[in-house]
Design a protein around this ligand. Structure first.
Ligand code: SF4
Ligand code: SF4
Length: 74
């Protein structure tokens, strides 16, 4: 199994929500805070990202970097 996580450049994000809609895991949400440009920005809400990279592919501003790592077996 692959475990993933994302790093979102909050100051680049314009809160368009395309990544939130595109995430099959429902892992993303808009922040309560706003960035310096006045937008709420995308952030990870749940630790269930699979690293599928859908969010990074749809982001028009390339604000998302996806990291993938093997899931530790229990
Ligand atoms: S990499 Fe996939 S699962 Fe992870 S936040 Fe992005 S769309 Fe969701
Ligand atoms: S798709 Fe990109 S610009 Fe739009 S909310 Fe997500 S991270 Fe922000």
């Amino acid at each position: 199994m692959i475990k993933g996580t994302v790093k979102i450049a909050s100051e680049i994000c314009k809160g368009c929500e395309l990544c939130i809609v595109a995430c099959p895991q429902d892992s993303l949400q808009l922040s309560r805070e706003i960035n310096l440009r006045g937008y709420r920005y995308a952030e990870l809400k749940d630790d269930n990202c699979t690293g599928c990279i859908n969010c990074a592919l749809v982001c028009p501003d390339s604000a998302i970097t996806v990291y993938r790592m093997p899931k530790k077996s229990k």
